[in-house]
Ligand binder design. Structure first.
Ligand code: OGA
Ligand code: MN
Length: 208
């Protein structure tokens, strides 16, 4: 007989795998956090119709220290407002909320909220090696990225390169994959790709 996992069981086993990855490897990489229909319904939204003019060029740092520096990062971002998010995106946001509750319980964290933006890296753009926590602002505890690129091929590049003490490791931005790591610990970079690279990028915060 085929083992048939219900939606809740599948989600729970993914959440457990994320907690295990964070606790044991210092990073979690989970495929099919969004299934391919869920990804397609997000990228088909108006906001993801490759209209870069809707997107703001991403800056570096916060408020007064903020600057746009294309030699460091070339992505375009659009912050997601939870109150007005469209249903396909809301599915993802609700899953993040559940994940946050789960991680608080299983890893004794005190995550209270999250912030997320849609991200487009145009062909050839990159984000140089950096840490996600700002110098004067340590609210960001966990970085959480979900990729939205159907049929990504390794030769297209666009790896997330994570620098561990023992060396770096690359992860391709494949559709539905979730990558999660502590924002204050792991330096990382995004390598250029030969194809537009889409994601929803976010951070779990320890303040509401
Ligand atoms: C970021 C970032 C990684 C990725 O937005 O801070 O590092 O793989 N993104 O998109
Ligand atoms: Mn980053």
């Amino acid at each position: 007989m085929l083992l048939h996992l219900s939606m809740e069981e599948k989600l729970l086993s993914q959440f457990e795998a994320i907690a295990d990855g964070l606790a044991n490897e210092g990073i979690a990489v989970i495929d099919e956090f969004l299934n391919s229909e869920e990804v397609i319904s997000i990228v088909q939204l108006e906001e993801f119709k490759h209209d870069l003019s809707h997107f703001r060029k991403a800056g570096i740092g916060k408020q007064e220290g903020k600057q746009i520096n294309e030699s460091i990062r070339g992505d375009f971002i659009e912050w997601i407002d939870r109150a007005t998010a469209l249903p396909p995106i809301r599915i993802y946001l609700e899953r993040l909320s559940q994940l946050m509750v789960f991680l608080n319980q299983s890893l004794f964290l005190s995550l209270k909220d999250y912030e997320v933006h849609q991200t487009i890296y145009p062909v050839g753009s990159f984000y140089k090696r950096h840490l996600d926590q700002f110098k004067k602002d340590d609210r960001r505890k966990l970085s959480v990225i979900c990729y939205l690129n159907e049929n990504w091929k390794e030769e297209e590049g666009g790896q997330l390169r994570i620098y561990f003490p023992e060396g770096s490791k690359d992860f391709f931005p494949i559709s539905g994959r979730l990558v999660c790591f502590p924002s204050n610990l792991l330096e990382h970079e995004v390598l250029p790709a030969t194809r537009e690279r889409l994601s929803i990028t976010g951070w779990m915060l320890d303040v509401a």
